[in-house]
Design a protein around this ligand. Structure first.
Ligand code: TEU
Ligand code: CA
Length: 539
């Protein structure tokens, strides 16, 4: 049973991300909901995870699937009620599982009462909750672009002003330079802490101190002041787990964000590794070598050891599925999924499992009409408008689109994969007939049980949480191998991240039986295609 009062409990924890809209529907409307999540807590307890990060379930018009909040203190009726949320927190805690809410503090929905008021007049008390610039139609304040396409400025004729939005026009950025905004947000967060949540994930939190006149979005000049004030006013000193999404983080900044004194967050999501295989434009692929990936991971492991804390992830609701991206989603799907899991879970930091990753779920290259994400659809139309043939544009977005992660969770081989008895809001991946939780639970050699073992090993052996990191064979293009030393133990991870057999000789001292082996008895001097092993010895 997880002891949430233990200092820094999250350093031995594994956190599971749920995209509620696609996890489990309970009332046949084709949309996942809170009672659906409650019905799956036994499954999550069996997996062994310690906390659940829920993507937003607050009131929202769903322009960006809940990342456009219209009321921070209300559960959107499509997901259920506040009573359902209280029941989830209670039922999860009864299983030793904490609930993390996803806080979207950088912007609101344009349907939020604050924004509706702000648009009434320039002297409305809520006007300065947002970022406005005088202007005339067609004369934008500057040429900044929004993340989902188009300009970052939208005109309100009645005011003769533009408002700033880093994302969709329906997601106006909040003005964090206004202390009233910050105090409103802090009070809301304290109310959620009082509801008994175990922590928070904070959406684009390094973008809140923006300066659009100087085209600054991430890492603005007042960012650390605001984040430390946020900490002091809410979770500071309360042993909650907090993880900030920080696309602009480098190691020095991540040290500040995850400082052991608990002055900001527990950790951040940084994206250095997950951007190595594409240009700054995510739709333009770039060749990535394994040595490049290994070097990047090594820098972060060594850079934060003893002075910060890493998050560890391959997948989330914004990323394509890792087994399709860097594994093999064909004949060697399960082996490659296990290998990727071992590679990640042997590292120092808090691992995150995205719903379905534990099953080896794959991308879903659907036709345009079956896609649901505004980022994908806008990008497709932008490419075609610039002259790209439609087939090439669709292929370009299929590779990296967020829709890949948002297809319904695959529970069974039956209708709609057991996700809903109705018409799912997004098509279920047809491969659910082979890839589903029921089949995984019935197969002792499934990807699911590899994840279950990894989660258990992290709790059983302090070296996972405490050990340092030494990269082995850095130039090897097939094998990712590393040592972890700490707590009187030495852990060896030896993972063949390729579809061909690879030569690998274990360092002396690792004999006998491996701690974990994904493909049966280890062979001397070689790793089978996509074979992964963990070895442990006492020092
Ligand atoms: O994502 C931040 C973000 O920048 C990503 O959406 C990124 O633009 C894109 O996905 C790169 O692949 C957070 C949330 O995770 C995302 O779901 C929201 O759409 C976004 O913020 C706005 O709230
Ligand atoms: Ca539902």
């Amino acid at each position: 049973m997880k002891d949430f009062s233990k200092q820094d409990w999250w350093k031995e924890a594994v956190i599971y991300q749920i995209y509620p809209k696609s996890f489990q529907d309970s009332n046949g409307d084709g949309i996942g909901d809170l009672p659906g999540i409650i019905s799956r807590l036994d499954y999550l307890e069996k997996l062994g995870v310690d906390a659940l990060w829920l993507s937003p379930v607050l009131a929202s018009p769903q322009v960006d699937n809940g990342y456009d909040v219209s009321d921070y203190r209300a559960i959107d009726p499509m997901f259920g009620t506040m009573e359902d949320m209280r029941a989830l927190i209670r039922e999860a805690k009864g299983r030793g599982i904490g609930i993390l809410l996803d806080l979207v503090l950088n912007h609101t929905s344009d349907r939020h009462s604050w924004f509706l008021q702000a648009c009434q007049s320039r002297d409305n008390p809520y006007h300065d909750y947002y970022i406005w610039r005088d202007g005339a139609p067609g004369e934008l304040p500057n040429d900044m672009r929004a993340c989902f396409g188009g300009p970052a400025w939208t005109y309100v004729p009645a005011l003769g002003q533009y408002y700033f939005h880093q994302f969709a026009p329906q997601q106006p950025d909040l003005n964090w330079d206004n202390p009233a905004v910050r105090q409103e947000l802090y009070a809301m967060i304290r109310a959620w802490i009082d509801e008994g949540v175990a922590g928070f994930r904070l959406d684009v939190i390094d973008q809140v101190a923006k300066d659009p006149d100087r085209k600054i979005t991430a890492n603005g000049p007042r960012l650390m002041d605001y984040l430390r004030e946020l900490n002091r006013a809410t979770w500071g000193g309360r042993n909650l787990v907090t993880v900030g999404e920080a696309w602009g983080a480098d190691i020095p900044r991540a040290k500040l964000y995850s400082a052991p004194d608990g002055s900001v967050f527990s950790m951040v999501f940084q994206f250095e590794q997950m951007c190595l295989d594409h240009e700054p434009d995510k739709w333009v692929p770039k060749a990535m070598t394994l040595p490049q990936l290994k070097a990047s991971i090594a820098r972060w492991q060594q850079g934060l050891h003893g002075c910060g804390w890493n998050s560890l992830f391959w997948d989330n609701h914004d990323l394509p599925r890792i087994v399709s991206r860097w594994g093999d989603d064909g004949a060697r799907r399960a082996d490659s999924a296990k290998a990727l899991a071992v590679a990640l879970h042997g590292l120092q930091g808090t691992p995150y499992i995205y719903q379905g990753e534990e099953l080896g779920m794959t991308n879903a290259p659907y036709p345009l009409e079956d896609l649901r994400d505004l980022e994908s659809i806008n990008a497709y139309h932008d490419m075609v408008a610039k002259g790209m043939p439609e087939a090439d544009a669709l292929a370009a977005i299929h590779r990296m689109m967020r829709d890949n992660a948002r297809t319904p969770m695959q529970w069974t081989a039956g209708p709609e994969a057991g996700f809903t008895t109705g018409a799912p809001w997004m098509k279920v991946n047809p491969n659910h007939t082979e890839i589903n939780a029921a089949a995984a639970l019935a197969d002792p050699d499934s990807v699911f049980y590899t994840y279950q073992k990894l989660i258990a090993l992290r709790k059983a052996h302090p070296v996972f949480a405490e050990g340092d990191f030494t990269l082995l064979c850095p130039e090897d293009g097939q094998v990712f191998a590393y040592l972890r030393r700490g707590a009187g133990q030495e852990l060896l991870a030896a993972v063949n991240l390729s579809g061909e057999a690879a030569a690998f000789r274990r360092p002396a001292g690792f004999a006998g039986a491996p701690l974990l082996a994904t493909q049966g008895a280890p062979q001397d001097g070689v790793l089978r295609p996509w074979e992964a092993q963990l070895w442990l010895r006492s020092l």
